[in-house]
Design a protein around this ligand. Sequence first.
Ligand code: BV8
Ligand code: ZN
Length: 252
Amino acid sequence: MHNPIDPELPEDDLDRAAAIVRQARRVAVLTGAGVSAESGVPTFRGATGLWEGQAVTDVATPTAFARDPALVWRFHNALRAHMKVAAPNPGHLALAALERRFGNRFTLATQNIDGLHQAAGSRNVLELHGRLSRVRCAACTYVADRPGEDLPDLPRCPECGAMLRPDVVWFEEMLPHGVWREAYKAAEGCDCFLVVGTSALVFPAAGLIEVAGSARARILEFNLERTAASSRVDLGLYGPSGQTLPDLMRRL
Ligand code: BV8
Ligand code: ZN
């Protein structure tokens, strides 16, 4: 299902998508949990997904951390355990190949905190919501990347003894300023924007789609199903991104 963008593009959706990417001068990509689903990382289901019967939006917040840090760490340690065994899937690899094709005319912004884009070879990755393998001290400047490590229930800072927290952006927290500004600029300056594996319900990240649309970029959506962004996209490729992204790369 797609909006007829221009008649001279090929009939078949994948060929149309490939023609749009081929003609692009600058490409920007926004990914969400769906691109990592085939790597075995659970999705958030619009961030209203439940974890131990609670909404993620009630657990991944500073308020929850102040009230019950052990609960918040249990949530993040469970996610860390998933990420310990997760490997990049063909969708991640296809996006790394796309970056190699466009070089510095390519920007990938991800909402994911699993580091799988970098593990797949993506070089310039804007982590809008931080990185779960990294921890930082709530009281001093200690920060450390500790992937694959089983952290204690309430990890303490080795420098000052205060509580450590995951170096991720919780709900009601601001995104890292520099990262957000770069992602915004990439969405504003691209003529082709790929939205991959996101329900487009979490802001301000999902707002990048509107930014790209207002800059008259051609927007391609890669998802299992239509989302909150679908009315804004030129073309939707519906299926597992671990298949549709490599299919696109093969047509380029
Ligand atoms: C902020 C790290 C300013 C945390 C995350 C009311 C209306 C609008 C906005 C708000 C509101 N109330 C509050 C807000 C703001 C809030 C927000 O947007 N809430 C939402 C829930 C309504 N945003 C914030 O709080 C942000 N900060 O606004 O700061 C501010 C300051 C003070 C006070 C107020 C505001 C911070 C947002 C960042 C939160 N952190 N992650 C952690 O994990 O500890 S967000 C988390 O959920 C993920 O990182 C991800 O970004 C998000 C879920 O989104 P998706 O990635 O899209 O995942 P989802 O499961 O939803 O979708 C998966 C998709 O993949 C689906 O479409 C599915 O079909 C598809 N799929 C599945 N399998 C496949 C596939 N596609 C292809 N192939 C497959 N195989
Ligand atoms: Zn400290």
